[in-house]
Ligand binder design. Structure first.
Ligand code: HEC
Ligand code: HEC
Length: 291
């Protein structure tokens, strides 16, 4: 009897293992083919004249758009996901030092990465949030590229991005935003009608930087990554609806809300919003309270 049961159990486990192996093989080949797909795009022309005003704006935007959160304070890159189940994701060294971008990485390559989420060989970048940057205005894009192109070389050699089984499965199911180029409309050109002023349209333009966590409708919801807090509703029906403009600005610059809550900067990146100008914060406030 016991032998029969053990035999049955053995067959059962064997079937489960075979199914899992089959499932993972499918996931593996599916992710590989998505990583290797080449995108056929036409890059738009962008004339960049790097004067001191443009470079200063580029420097500010790189801080305000959160590039340093992943690429490191000096942009020489860092391992920003390091998890035994997910794998390692490396935000590359953006300088031309050792381990950094190739010496001949040019403005076009920058544009391809930022606007289309593509490597030089037209395959998708992984995890880099180009699906947000593709909405940048021409002016912002020029400033960022101009500044990026002249970064002082810093040597920092890092491992390559690689995914472990759980990471691959989540990537394949689109539970992690890995396949960046798939999330972008490659026909769209950069917008030219963005006016930096205290207005709802400008607030909406800026709020693209909040969508990854607070969602398109700004109502937040479930944690973005396991273990992080619930994402707050920042429309007029949440706390923001009760705050004055001044309280809103103080919150996004100090990380402390009028209710006395300290926002953890690793989950709610106020280190990024503290770089926003008064105009930008006021426009965001207007926009968020309008929805
Ligand atoms: C969420 C983390 C994250 C943020 C925020 C981020 N990046 Fe990246 N970036 C990455 C990762 C990861 C890669 C490498 C992608 C790969 O290896 O496929 C990358 C790659 C790049 C590349 C392409 C380099 C190449 O190999 O072709 C450029 C250029 C770049 N980032 C610029 C920026 C700029 C500028 C910003 C801010 C506007 C920014 N990144 C914000 C994660 C990030
Ligand atoms: C990486 C994810 C992420 C991004 C990007 C992000 N937030 Fe948040 N935000 C959070 C999380 C998570 C919370 C809740 C934190 C907590 O409860 O500890 C939060 C809380 C807030 C709060 C406090 C709300 C309250 O009721 O206390 C405000 C205001 C806010 N975010 C505004 C913004 C704005 C504006 C942007 C875009 C410029 C933005 N956030 C971008 C994750 C994010």
């Amino acid at each position: 009897m016991i032998r029969k049961i053990l035999k049955g159990l053995g067959i059962f486990i064997g079937i489960v293992v075979a199914l899992l192996a089959g499932f993972y093989t499918k996931v593996y080949f599916s992710t590989e083919s998505r990583f290797k797909k080449k995108y056929d795009i036409t890059l738009q022309a962008l004339e960049i004249k790097p004067d001191s005003a443009l470079l200063a704006e580029g420097q500010r935007l790189i801080a305000a758009k959160g590039c340093k959160d992943c690429h490191g304070a000096d942009l020489s890159g860092k391992i920003f996901i390091d998890d035994p189940a997910l794998g390692q994701v490396i935000a590359v060294n953006l300088t031309k030092g050792k381990g950094g971008l190739p010496a001949d990485y040019n403005e076009q390559d920058w544009l391809k990465a930022m606007q289309h989420g593509l490597n030089r060989d037209n395959t998708t970048l992984k995890v880099m949030p180009s699906y947000e940057y593709t909405h940048f205005s021409e002016e912002d894009m020029k400033a960022i590229i101009a500044y990026g192109m002249q970064l002082p070389a810093i040597d920092n050699e890092l491992p390559e991005t690689h995914f472990k089984p759980v990471g691959r499965i989540l990537a394949d199911l689109d539970k992690l935003p890995v396949m960046v180029a798939e999330m972008i409309d490659h026909q769209k050109t950069l917008s030219t009608n963005v006016v930096p002023e205290v207005s709802i349209p400008f607030g909406k333009y800026l709020a693209v930087s909040c969508t990854a966590c607070h969602k398109e409708n700004m109502q937040g919801g479930d944690p973005v990554v396991p273990g992080s807090p619930q994402v707050a509703n920042i429309t007029s029906s949440g706390n923001v609806g009760k705050w004055t403009e001044e309280q809103f600005m103080t919150t996004l610059r100090s990380g402390v809300t009028p209710e006395g809550k300290t926002l953890p900067s690793q989950f709610m990146p106020w280190t990024m919003t503290k770089e926003y100008t008064d105009t930008e914060l006021k426009a965001l406030y207007l926009y968020l309270r309008s929805i």
